[in-house]
Design a binder for this molecule. Structure first.
Ligand SMILES: Nc1ncnc2c1ncn2[C@@H]1O[C@H](COP(=O)(O)OP(=O)(O)O)[C@@H](O)[C@H]1O
Ligand SMILES: [Mg+2]
Length: 264
């Protein structure tokens, strides 16, 4: 399904623009581990005035994801999978512990730093595609590039078209999201997540709203991306998919209860 290789060396792409710390100063911390969690605890405060104690959604998570791994996170509803994803994207803050992603100490970064870093170094894909309804597919894919300014002088449009071509949607580039199917929308969301050529892709049940054939097509795109050097952490309910990644991490009640490598 992927026709072109659009990914240069993902480690070097924006190394000169890294913030707030350079790779060299953090290399000792993470080595070739792209995602490292240590003792991550997440507590949610109860509603104000309820008098209820905080709810602990993650109880001290330790997790390492190496460059090039394709990791599936599985577990029942309410197990803490989305909470874990939100710690890794920096969309929400840890209560205790450390989160290192791509050499960056997310637990120490300001909202502003997180925002800038995330836009360049992380591709995020959700179950609900979250495309901008009033923008064409092409404009949706251009948006992260234009926000970050990595591809200037018209090159964002060219790259967006190449990414849409890669997910076989170039001919629909000028349509609005509501004119295409759910599976196609998710392919646009993948193209958008790849816009700034991030080394890491994090996906929260990306096939949760798709039929099994469409889910399979999305999974195959992810497999190709891993083959081309991306590192992917994906929450999924789909057992047939989970059994085909390089490692499966199982979560229950806010704890990792197993981590199983695929059989060679
Ligand atoms: N913002 C929040 N406030 C309070 N509790 C929350 C919040 N978000 C999630 N939770 C609780 O944390 C637990 C884990 O939720 P979540 O990470 O969404 O699970 P999963 O994605 O595995 O279904 C659940 O019990 C959920 O009710
Ligand atoms: Mg969830």
């Amino acid at each position: 399904m992927l026709r072109k290789r659009l990914f240069s060396d993902t480690t070097a792409a924006v190394s000169s623009e890294r913030s707030p710390t350079s790779r060299s100063s953090t290399a000792d911390q993470t080595g070739d581990v792209l995602i490292r969690l240590r003792g991550v605890v997440k507590r949610y405060q109860a509603a104000a005035g309820s008098g209820a104690p905080p709810f602990t959604a993650l109880h001290g998570i330790d997790l390492d994801v190496q460059r090039g791994e394709f990791v599936a996170v599985i577990g029942k509803s309410g197990a803490g999978k989305t909470t874990l994803i939100n710690m890794i994207t920096g969309v929400d803050h840890v209560s205790e512990g450390e989160v290192w992603v791509d050499g960056q100490p997310l637990h120490r970064m300001s909202e502003n730093q997180l925002c800038q870093w995330r836009g360049r170094r992380l591709g995020i894909i959700y179950q609900s595609f979250y495309l901008m309804p009033s923008l064409t597919l092409l404009q949706n894919v251009m948006l992260p590039m234009d926000l970050c300014g990595l591809y200037r002088n018209g090159s964002s449009e060219k790259r967006a078209m190449e990414l849409l071509d890669m997910v076989e949607l170039a001919e629909h580039a000028h349509k609005l999201p509501n004119a295409i199917s759910g599976g196609q929308q998710q392919r646009v969301a993948i193209a958008r997540a790849l816009a700034n050529d991030p080394p890491i892709i994090v996906a929260d049940e990306p096939t949760g709203r798709l039929d099994s054939n469409t889910a399979e097509a999305i999974f195959q795109i992810f497999t190709r991306l891993v083959d081309e050097g991306k590192t992917i952490l994906m929450v999924t309910h789909d057992r047939s998919i989970a059994s085909r990644v390089s490692r499966t991490v199982r979560i229950a009640d806010g704890r990792i209860i197993s981590s199983t490598d695929a059989e060679a």
